[in-house]
Each structure stands twice: as structure tokens, then as C-alpha cells.
Design a protein. Structure first.
Length: 201
């Protein structure tokens, strides 16, 4: 019996060591090359509003709130694509030692469109009603489609906005870019900060 227990313990230790080594192997070095690749991945994911990639590579309070809805309803994905399709991101500097990257983001000026839309919803429906209506396709089609058209007609901002993103290691062998409120505002043309302000996200 002692011999069987010893063998089991050895097997457990071996598997534990393998899992530890695999976990270490997955950790991506935070260097200039990998940070640049992460920024490029995030820019593409935002333009396509690829929810799976955004969840993996981005930590953003407002996006974290929106993405679960976009995964369930195509109308939110279409809204995200319209919001970010004109986005341009330029890397200004990378500080691998301090795990940050400074970008210059240029997008359409979407603050007023998003703010007016959010205020109309808030004034027309209670929070409980909205939580129910976000699952209603007829409601989404009638409300989000006009907003998408307004976004498509919006003009580009004249100047980009600079923002500094924090870089961390993700749990899936990738780097994660953390967006604060200024960074959200920069990449979304003000739309995310407008929504956040109205609904107090």
C-alpha cells in the first residue's frame, strides 16, 4: 500500500511540474516587439468589433460592460463596427520597462451622437425596462440602426488624441492592454465616455 501511495505521489508531482512549466511557457515577454503586435491586434479587433479577441486582449471598463451584449446580439456588433471602422492608431512610444505604450488615436467625432442617443434612451425607459429591451430584436433594430447611420455620416476629428495604455500578461499566453477613461475616449471618438457619463457605468 505504501508503494502504491508513493507512486501516486510521484505521478502527481510530475503532472504538477508539467503544468507549471506549461504555465511559464505561456507567459509572453513584455517587450517592444510583443507590445507592438498587441496594439496592432487590438486595432484590428476594434475595427471588426471581434468580441472574442477584444475580451482576450483588452481590459476596458466600458467595453467590458458592452461586450457581453454584443456576443448575444448582432445589432451591438454592427454598432461597434460602425463606431470603430474609421479608427487609426499610431504608436508614439513604448516603455517596456514600465509596461506602458503611448498611442495616438484618431476616429470620427462621436461624442454628441452617442450622448444624445443615450439621453433619449434614459429619458424614455427605466433601467429595468432597458435591461429587458436589450434582448428585443425589434427594439434594437429600430433604435440602433438609425444610430449606426448617424455614426457613418459623422466627420473625422481633426487631431488624434494621445493615451497611455498599461500592458500586462493575460492568462491565455498574450499581452493585455488596459484602457482608462482617456484611452476609451481616444479610440471611440468620445462615444464610450458619453455612454459612460449618461448611464454612470
Amino acid at each position: 500500500m505504501k508503494r502504491i501511495i508513493s507512486i501516486c505521489l510521484v505521478i502527481m508531482l510530475v503532472f504538477s511540474a508539467i503544468l507549471t512549466l506549461n504555465g511559464c511557457a505561456k507567459k509572453v515577454e513584455i517587450n517592444e516587439e510583443n507590445i507592438k503586435a498587441a496594439v496592432e491586434t487590438v486595432e484590428t479587433a476594434l475595427k471588426e468589433f471581434d468580441t472574442k479577441t477584444l475580451e482576450k486582449y483588452v481590459d476596458s471598463p466600458t467595453l467590458n460592460f458592452i461586450l457581453p451584449y454584443a456576443k448575444q446580439k448582432a445589432q451591438f456588433t454592427e454598432l461597434g463596427q460602425a463606431m470603430f471602422e474609421s479608427l487609426e492608431i499610431e504608436i508614439k512610444s513604448i516603455d517596456a520597462a514600465n509596461k506602458t505604450v503611448t498611442i495616438a488615436a484618431k476616429n470620427k467625432d462621436l461624442y454628441m451622437e452617442a450622448s444624445n442617443f443615450a439621453y433619449d434612451l434614459k429619458n424614455s425607459y427605466s433601467s429595468m425596462q432597458l435591461l429587458s429591451l436589450v434582448k428585443d430584436d425589434d427594439f434594437l433594430n429600430s433604435n440602433l440602426a438609425p444610430l449606426v447611420e448617424k455614426i457613418k455620416q459623422a466627420q473625422m476629428k481633426e487631431e488624434p488624441i494621445e493615451a497611455t495604455l498599461t500592458v500586462t500578461n493575460g492568462s491565455k499566453g498574450n499581452l493585455v492592454l488596459t484602457f482608462d477613461e482617456n484611452a476609451e475616449d481616444a479610440v471611440s471618438g468620445g462615444a464610450l465616455s458619453a455612454i459612460k457619463k449618461v448611464f454612470e457605468v
